[in-house]
Design a protein around this ligand. Sequence first.
Ligand SMILES: Nc1ncnc2c1ncn2[C@@H]1O[C@H](COP(=O)(O)OP(=O)(O)OP(=O)(O)O)[C@@H](O)[C@H]1O
Ligand SMILES: CC(=O)C(=O)O
Length: 336
Amino acid sequence: MKRLTDIMATVTDLRCDRHFLTSLRRAGMDSVRINSAHVDGEGLRRIIRAVREHVPGTAILMDTKGPEIRTTQLSGTLESVTLAVGDEVRLAECAATDSSVIGIAVEGVCSALRKGHRVVLDDGAMELTVRHADGAVAEAVVTLGGELGSRKTVNLPDTDLPPIPAVSERDRCAIEVAVEERIDMIAHSFVRCAADVEAVRALTAGSDIRIFAKIECREAIRNFNGILEAADGILVARGDLGTQIDVATIPAVQHKACAMARAAGKPVIVSTQILTSMIDHPYPTRAEMTDVAFAVRDGVETLLLTGETAQGSFPAECVDAMRRCIEASQTYFTSL
Ligand SMILES: Nc1ncnc2c1ncn2[C@@H]1O[C@H](COP(=O)(O)OP(=O)(O)OP(=O)(O)O)[C@@H](O)[C@H]1O
Ligand SMILES: CC(=O)C(=O)O
């Protein structure tokens, strides 16, 4: 059966050997995503080379950082730090992260924080509330605890942020590699308006790279029409989106974005927490299968697995479950 919904899997430089990649391909993977927020230029090239060697013909998408905010690398050999409810931590710009300091990788962010502002970490897995803010350092208390790893996403729903350029220096280097390696697609993070898409397009001029705008902030929803017109496609990035808007409204936003993209003849990728229970378990939940089926019904071109294949324990099982559900759903919906 020719599937109308493709499967894209996030692949890291820590896990991109022949056995891993061929097991994903055998299970039904159609394309690969590389998250450039977690690798340098050399790491990017290593993953691209591995994909081309072990699963030739597989399309490659590179996800940029965009004007997003992340925590810094953990100090020394730390693998994670535990944040327990009630713990007091300091937030400091560009410092390494350890159990008492959380480094914020973008300058000017801490000085925009005010008492009472929420600091949401790792797509909503943890939350802090600012107690005291003073220049480049702020003090906060943990209100939702968890384990914090390196370079996790930071969302500041209450803070007026200083303007952050659409394309960071790090992105510029990653895009240079993407153009040199002639990959297929770039998904730009935290697109706020059409101009952010144009900024990436200017850097890929002369190449065939298709540019997808990631819809993951309130400005992107507000400026959706212009963004859709400027981009070659959109990626509904539900991880960050769910920290910026009420998660209860995500299905409606996703459905509307898909309908508008279809009407404009542009492809849609939907990502994040599609099979999140399978990070630790070999079987999907019924609700996860329903999410996949409704994406097929809505004409989503590509479903993107993130943590499930980047670091989960059952990556091939995830791709297999997704493929079986796509096929069964396509058979049903096309028979109606
Ligand atoms: N190249 C990589 N090297 C190391 N770890 C990685 C890499 N890519 C992803 N990961 C790990 O897998 C997790 C899930 O991947 P994912 O790409 O969804 O990242 P993310 O940090 O949540 O960012 P985003 O919001 O852009 O999706 C990451 O948080 C990270 O811990
Ligand atoms: C994929 C991604 O960036 C997100 O869901 O936030």
